[in-house]
Design a protein around this ligand. Sequence first.
Ligand SMILES: C[S@@+](CC[C@H](N)C(=O)[O-])C[C@H]1O[C@@H](n2cnc3c(N)ncnc32)[C@H](O)[C@@H]1O
Length: 229
Amino acid sequence: MPARATLAKRRADVAAMFDQVAARYDLLNSLTTLGAESKWREYVVAAVDPRPGQLILDLAAGTGASSRPLADRGATVIPTDLSLGMLSVGKQREPDLQFLAGDALGLPFATGSFDAVTISFGLRNVEDTSTALHELRRVTKPGGRLVICEFSTPTWAPFRAAYHAYLRTAIPALAAVSSNPAAYSYLADSILSWPAQRPLADLMAAAGWQRVQWQNVSQGIVAIHRGWA
Ligand SMILES: C[S@@+](CC[C@H](N)C(=O)[O-])C[C@H]1O[C@@H](n2cnc3c(N)ncnc32)[C@H](O)[C@@H]1O
């Protein structure tokens, strides 16, 4: 694991990057995912299965785009994020949600607080995946579930090659005309270096999650992992 000072510096850099893109984040998201994002969010809602009366943590919630469909099912959702810029844009767009500043590596919640915890397109951005998975486990009630929605590795080799070529060429091309090229490079690099489906499942199991399983979506561009506390 990197030294504490290195982690703190990386965390500050990530928060600053999301602060800078906050106002355009939702639009950029739709563009870079070619509109597939809303379908992916439907899978997350089905996996979390939110019910009225449940308390759900949406970690790395950003502007609340991942929290909204969960709250619409009647659960109480706590969108939590490191970037004050993302939270502030979120609060303007979704004033009824209870946004909270918090770090995945030291969550500001008591042990066993939540019926379910979820993180969409956020775990890849957290500097220490294993610590975040342990923290999510700590704040989940016994029997509660974790749902992770994250970019992953397409399973069919020819499609995987084309997708990786897209990440290596189209995303840098967008970066070249963007006001924040570093954010696009970071997006492509972080997806390409992220663990595939099984290694992520192994990390979840090592953090104490049980019955870990995953579902590939869009040929494995995205995977939705589930585990139980
Ligand atoms: C790509 S956005 C995802 C936002 C939202 N979940 C969605 O699906 O659109 C990733 C978010 O992770 C947050 N993040 C990165 N590191 C974090 C940490 N250590 N603790 C909490 N949030 C973090 C960033 O601030 C950013 O808002």
